[in-house]
Design a protein around this ligand. Structure first.
Ligand SMILES: [Zn+2]
Length: 254
């Protein structure tokens, strides 16, 4: 009891000595509030600074990632070209179906819509076409690309591109195929699955319907089984690859 009374007295004493030494009260209510305010403010500013630095870092990373891993896309001249894009199976049937219900047509329609939108944003006159569109007979364009996806086999991966077996413009169509192969490979990292090109591809119904002078190709963008992640969650790479392939062809870069 006596000891604690002594301690509190000496504490009061030392505090009053300290006050006496200072021109202003060292620890008044006002200075405490001011100190708390500056303290909170400085930590707040530090937090803002750190957030800004992180945001700049993330932005730089995103830009670098795009620049490094996507094929370059140049805007076309106004009226740079007319492009038809067939969404495989659309308005016809489901195409391949996975055990969990994922349908090929869901993938091809979403990809075709985004390809058309991106081409339009670059100044091309692009349009989406159904599998058996009434516009296909005699269709005239600077390029026509049909988009399909392969089966749901879980252990298969890869993409492939083909043109008509009997083409009226073989040099042009070979260039279109070459451009699509290069750009799609670069954008997606998928391997070429060229050994499985079938008569379904080289004898694709639209090749026989369109005007013979319209350069056309069909691309199987990957397997719904082994390449499912790419075709669903990383679809922008699929879209960029196809668009870069088409613009490569239209701009004469191959
Ligand atoms: Zn298909």
């Amino acid at each position: 009891m006596g000891h604690s009374l002594f301690s509190s007295r000496s504490a009061v004493l030392s505090l009053s000595v300290a006050r006496g030494d200072m021109a202003e009260p060292f620890w008044s209510r006002d200075t405490f509030i001011r100190w708390r305010f500056l303290h909170v403010l400085s930590w707040g500013l530090r937090a803002v600074l750190v957030a800004v630095i992180i945001a700049i870092g993330v932005l730089a990373w995103a830009v670098a990632r795009n620049v490094l891993s996507f094929p370059s896309l140049d805007a076309g001249e106004p009226g740079a070209g007319r492009v038809g894009v067939i969404a495989g199976h659309w308005e016809s049937d489901s195409g391949a179906v996975c055990p969990d219900g994922l349908q090929e047509v869901e993938i091809t329609l979403a990809v075709a819509q985004q390809v058309v939108a991106l081409l339009q944003s670059f100044g091309y006159e692009a349009e989406i076409l159904a599998e058996y569109s009434a516009e296909l007979p005699g269709y005239q364009a600077d390029a026509l690309v049909a988009i399909h996806a392969d089966s749901c086999l879980p252990d298969r991966s890869g993409f492939k591109v083909a043109r008509a077996a009997h083409s009226a413009v073989p040099e042009q169509e070979d260039r279109l195929v070459t451009c699509l192969y290069k750009a799609y490979e670069e954008s997606t990292g998928l391997a070429r699955d060229g050994d499985t090109i079938t008569a379904d591809m080289t004898g694709y119904h639209a090749f026989a319907d369109i005007a013979p002078q319209t350069p056309a190709a069909i691309i199987e963008i990957g397997y719904m089984g082994g390449d499912r992640q790419l075709l669903t969650a990383r679809r922008s790479r699929v879209v960029r690859g196809i668009v870069a392939g088409i613009t490569c062809f239209l701009q004469g870069k191959d």
